[in-house]
Design a protein. Sequence first.
Length: 415
Amino acid sequence: MMTQTDSIAAAGGPESGRRPGLALTACCGVHALQDGLTSTVNVLLPLIAQAFGLSYAQVGLVKAANLVAMSLLEIPSGLVSERLGQRLPLVFGLVTVGAGYLWLSQAAGFGAILVSLGLAGVGAAFQHTLSSAIIAAAFPGRGRRPALGTYNASGDIGKLAMSGLFTAMAGIGIGWQAISLGYAAAALGLAALTAVLLTHAGVGARPVAGVAARGRATGGLPGWGIRSRAAFVSLCAVNFLDSMVQSGFGIFIAFLMIERGVALGLAALAVVLTLAGGVVGKFACGFLARRLGVVPSLVLVQALTVAGILAVVWLPVGAGYALLPVLGVFLQGSSSVVYATVTDIFRPERQARGFSLIYTSSNLASVAAALALGLVSDAFGLGVTMLVMAGLTALTLPLLPPLGRALGRLGDGAS
């Protein structure tokens, strides 16, 4: 019989509980930079579109190049960590994304931009799964959900800081190529710092050992540690729709403001304001789920997201801008609830695989949003695209009761 301590050791290595605070700090730093670089693409897109005369569908293709690479390698990154530990792949990811932005800084055409952002996507695939597994192992019990919420929020802090910095530097006349070069240097520097921090934290160096192929008796999928098929399928469906809307809104909100007569530089601020709300939301929703439960929290935030999107579309531009940080709280905060629920559905020794599956679902949803919503925008306009996103969010609501029942059967108590 595997004890809780044994399970935690198997998930993150037997050393994983030595310095959890330092481990969380290191993982939050990686998340902030990696998500910040990925989000920077959203404020870069209007500049690229203007420079190359791109359609909305082509804008979606640029974003998809980055996201497809992330999607393809999310699961392999989790499997690799079972052999090598999490530390080395995390550092590899930072080095690779730095190389991608270095290439971007020298890009002279549309094809080079696609390839460089694809390389950056490869690097970004080696962080969510690995960092989440480290944190889940280092923070057992009731401290896990707030710790994962903190980690989740750090990504939005990075998005806000780096997107805001990009917007400010572009606003004073610094070219996007020069900014990309600076971001490449930041990624390479953080790679070295992360290796040092995780070494001192005593986590992530060892491969997963003694993974038990348990689960047949309870209906779990052999080898993947899924405790409930029903809960996993329901969570993936909710996550897919939620991620489509989060990604689609981030891509097209600046273009909506441009269409409504806002200047290019000010339109990019719409992305930053939404991300500012997301920072608060990802912190708050982790604690909200611990207090109210998973399903009640998701019902609340998804309903408020629908209302917020509709209000941004129908209100005057000034009121819409004022509402964006509030909308960001609910739009982005839901992911803290969703991702932390992975730890309830997967056995401790398979946490890395669980996170790799849910993050792959998120990445595929983001690719679908970039491509499909780009086509909708070209055909019907950005106002219709926003209404479609409100509808996609509403579709998550009937999926929540089955999720609650499945979690209840697991003894989660979150329904």
